[in-house]
Design a protein around this ligand. Structure first.
Ligand SMILES: [Zn+2]
Length: 221
């Protein structure tokens, strides 16, 4: 099934020209792996700008990145964890993680270090080389309501497995939602399947309700 929510043309053109920051490039490249329509836009942008795709290399990672990720995981030993449901082999197969994302992960999904953010919500940061927005994976248990929140900067979310719905629509595998600082929303994961998303956040998530204020870990992505 093809994605029905896509990144803006501005983002795709920035990606094609190599001017997009690394975290956002990971998300766009992951979307492109699943979306022929956006691959077409990027190909057009590249041919018009005369730049070769191979010259952009937004996903080139050196060995130092892996070491820094592992070092960071060690640092996070004192973080609060709750037992995380295992990801089954069947889920792994269904996930079919796109290569651009897989190359950034130090481990299989089930073996990543998942930080507890709130009931049914876990986060695993992805280390990048340059300063910029944060990028990571969010796991939301089936049917879970993520706390209502706003944003102090742009946020991009791409669904890898499962799906979620907020006031702006329903998002399934491959779909990208772009939230700016004007959007206040409460994503709710679809029932029946865990929702795993790739998330790029520029600013802070901002609590808007009483329950959200209690769930402070959620706002320290
Ligand atoms: Zn697309």
């Amino acid at each position: 099934m093809n994605a029905s929510h896509h990144p803006s043309d501005d983002l795709l053109w920035s990606y094609a020209s190599g001017s997009l920051d690394e975290p956002s490039s990971i998300l766009i490249a992951t979307h492109l792996a699943l979306c022929p329509a956006c691959r077409g836009v990027v190909a057009k942008a590249e041919s018009l700008s005369g730049e070769l795709f191979e010259d952009i290399q937004p996903l080139d990672v050196g060995a130092s990145a892996l070491n820094s990720v592992l070092a960071r995981l060690d640092d996070e030993d004192d973080e609060k964890f709750e037992s995380v449901p295992q990801i089954s082999d069947a889920q792994h197969d269904a996930l079919g993680l796109p290569r651009p994302l897989k190359d950034y992960l130090p481990n299989e999904l089930g073996n990543l270090s998942w930080r507890w953010l709130g009931p049914g919500v876990h986060y695993s940061a992805i280390e990048t080389q340059a300063r910029g927005p944060k990028v990571g994976l969010l796991r939301i248990a089936p049917g879970t309501k993520v706390p209502m929140h706003g944003h102090s900067g742009n946020e991009m979310t791409m669904v890898l497995t499962g799906g979620y719905t907020d006031a702006t629509g329903s998002f399934q595998r491959g779909d990208v939602e772009a939230a700016d600082d004007g959007l206040v929303h409460q994503p709710v994961a679809d029932k029946g399947e865990e929702c795993i998303c790739l998330v790029v956040t520029e600013g802070e998530l901002q609590p808007t309700g009483m329950i959200a204020k209690v769930l402070q870990p959620f706002f320290r992505i």
